[in-house]
Design a protein around this ligand. Structure first.
Ligand SMILES: [Zn+2]
Length: 220
């Protein structure tokens, strides 16, 4: 899942409006932002296998540190705790932890049973396999994304022109990446997956930039 995770980050603005969109998406997409580091250092393993599911050409062979349930719970705790140490805001820290965990829940719905529960090699693997249907994946993921963007727009307004252009160009950019993933050729090497994955960190910077140019609407 890709834009669905961004949709959840957008939506959370309604719950904790003082937290930047950059932090919200950093949380909801956190384990996919860590994953390329684990790949590049050879700690986790992926293979290119067109047809692995209808939706993705990737075979997630080994990724317990970024994507096991236990691993994601630990990242959620760390994320929430670090935010609390910096901001001393218990509610936001808790919601950010939930956002980190939301990534696993959405991946659990989409992946075939390749998600480990624990770190060890004897862990069971789970996944409901939404990715077996391209149409169902696109419908559900798009709905999450649209609702999330709608929530974000409903509680923020642009302070200036950048506040609008930065947001809409971000949305269009994410949709283009999504379509390229869907209709484009599979990646040509595992190294490319790692480096393209790393470039996602730029999207986090982009989201901070959007949020700085928008203000929160007081809903009373
Ligand atoms: Zn993921």
């Amino acid at each position: 899942m890709f834009i669905g995770h961004f949709g959840v980050g957008f939506a959370a603005k309604r719950v904790i409006p003082k937290t930047s969109l950059g932090t919200l998406i950093l949380a909801s997409q956190f384990v996919d932002l860590l994953w390329p580091f684990f790949l590049i250092f050879g700690i986790e393993v992926v293979a290119i296998d067109p047809g692995n599911t209808a939706f993705t050409p990737l075979d997630f062979i080994y990724y317990p540190f970024s994507h096991s349930l236990l691993g994601v719970l630990i990242w959620a705790l760390i994320f929430g705790a670090v935010y609390y140490l910096i901001r001393k805001d218990l509610k936001s820290s808790f919601i950010l932890g939930i956002l980190v965990l939301s990534h696993w829940i959405l991946d659990f719905i989409t992946h075939r049973p390749d998600l480990p529960l624990f770190l060890g090699g004897d862990s069971p693997f789970v996944g409901l396999g939404l990715w077996n249907s391209i149409i169902a994946t696109v419908i559900i993921e798009s709905l999450i994304f649209i609702v999330g963007v709608y929530f974000y727009i409903s509680v923020t307004k642009a302070k200036n022109k950048i506040g609008n252009y930065s947001l809409w160009s971000f949305i269009v950019f994410l949709i283009i990446i999504y379509l390229l993933n869907l209709f484009g050729p599979p990646p040509n090497s595992v190294d490319a997956i790692g480096y393209v994955g790393l470039s996602q960190w730029l999207l986090i910077g982009w989201a901070y930039w959007i949020d700085r140019n928008r203000s929160t609407v007081d809903k009373g």
